[in-house]
Write a protein that binds this ligand. Structure first.
Ligand code: SAM
Ligand code: SF4
Length: 357
């Protein structure tokens, strides 16, 4: 399905000038840029990618490191304070350590370094983590939906649970904190492991965050009745722990609860049954240079023509202005909410692996 794209000559958005905060029409200030580094992955999670026949992004369209840095620099100058690297699997990118090093050097207008986080499936982490930490990586989220090898193989279509667990052990042994583990809760798949997953996270000094399954699989097979809801997750966890809400969520996607009055905690990202769009401060950059203002958006803002015009010192400033204008157009086009629950909801054409989770 073709994706509506906003072209480079659409001009700057009406709200603000270079250096101003990225504020949308509903007053939301955008501080978080999710940067997808690739649509490729070492796993094939059923809720994200098809087993075969995925339409890969053209290699020629994948942003180079310099292009990613160009966008990130302008975003930081406009008040973005966090970059989260994702994909696909970000650790598959051959220059990942250099990506982290270059992005980790970017500063906000007040001179502070931008915060650098990554979401990964953990495979290759034992080898790469020392270099990533030395390069400036600040935080890690690692995805883990099951502790059972047979289930992992069915769910990800790859027999690689041991490598993921080694990655989590490496992260736990590193100084990176807070460490978070993400699990998509699925009916009759892993909903009997919710307590075990939390116990596993606690044993690794990590916080488990359950995610409600969203309609973002490349195969468009999402079925609301298969989704385990936030309330069901909480009911299951309440059989084991007394849960007390943690106040002060801000723009964070996860609601959090103290386990037995803390300090240990658990999170739930209830994008479907309790959307948090009113506080959303996130923008996304896909691996092929499209800005998106929502996971579920069907419009993309095309940075490639801006980034790939002839370069030279004389045009550098105008390229920055054009990136800034596209960021503002993207923010300005943001809707109040994602509308998953509306009858007319249309799933985006891209799967989660190509959007950047
Ligand atoms: N490959 C990395 C990983 O799995 O952590 C990063 C990319 S992945 C798309 C980012 C996060 O999105 C993962 O935690 C994954 O579980 C989550 N995710 C993917 N598809 C999803 C869906 N349909 N609903 C909810 N979460 C999803
Ligand atoms: Fe790969 Fe992450 Fe998607 Fe699983 S969720 S297929 S690990 S991109």
């Amino acid at each position: 399905m073709p994706r509506p794209r906003v072209a480079a000559d659409s001009g700057p958005g009406p709200h603000g000038r270079p250096g101003d905060p990225l504020v949308d029409r509903f007053g939301r200030v955008h501080r978080d840029l999710r940067i997808s580094l690739t649509d490729r992955c070492s796993l094939r999670c059923t809720y994200c990618m098809p087993e075969q026949g995925n339409e890969w992004l053209a290699r020629s369209s994948i942003l180079t490191l310099d292009e990613i840095v160009a966008v990130a620099r302008v975003a930081a100058s406009d008040g973005v304070t966090t970059f989260r690297l994702t994909g696909g699997e970000p650790l598959l990118r051959p220059d990942i350590v250099e990506v982290v090093r270059r992005l980790g050097e970017i500063t906000a207008p007040d001179g502070r370094l931008v915060e650098l986080a990554m979401t990964t499936n953990g495979i290759r982490l034992p080898d790469l983590l020392p270099g990533l930490v030395a390069a400036g990586l600040g935080r890690l989220n690692i995805s883990l939906d099951t502790l059972r090898r047979d289930r992992f193989r069915d769910l990800t279509r790859r027999d690689r649970l041991d490598e993921v667990l080694e990655g989590i052990a490496a992260a736990a042994a590193s100084g990176l904190r807070p460490l978070k583990l993400n699990a998509v809760a699925m009916r009759d798949v892993n909903d009997d492991e919710l307590v075990d997953l939390v116990e596993f996270a606690l044993a690794h000094d990590a916080e488990l965050r359950f995610i409600e399954q969203m309609p973002l699989d490349a195969g468009h097979t999402w079925d609301r009745s298969r989704m385990v809801t936030r309330d069901e997750i909480l009911a299951t966890l309440s059989t084991r722990w007394h849960l007390t809400p943690v106040p002060g969520r801000g723009g964070a996607p996860a609601e959090r609860w103290m386990l037995d009055r803390g300090p240990r905690s658990v999170g739930v990202i209830a994008s479907v049954t309790a959307p948090f769009c009113g506080d959303c401060d996130r923008l996304r950059l896909t691996a092929d240079g499209q800005l998106r203002n929502c996971l579920f958006s069907t419009t993309e803002y095309d940075l490639l023509p801006i980034l790939r015009q002839a370069h030279g010192p004389d045009v550098a400033a105008s390229i920055d202005d054009a990136i800034d204008g596209m960021l503002r157009s993207c923010v300005d086009g943001k809707l109040p909410g994602h509308a998953i629950n509306d009858p007319g909801f249309l799933q985006p054409a891209r799967g989660m692996n190509a959007i950047g989770g």
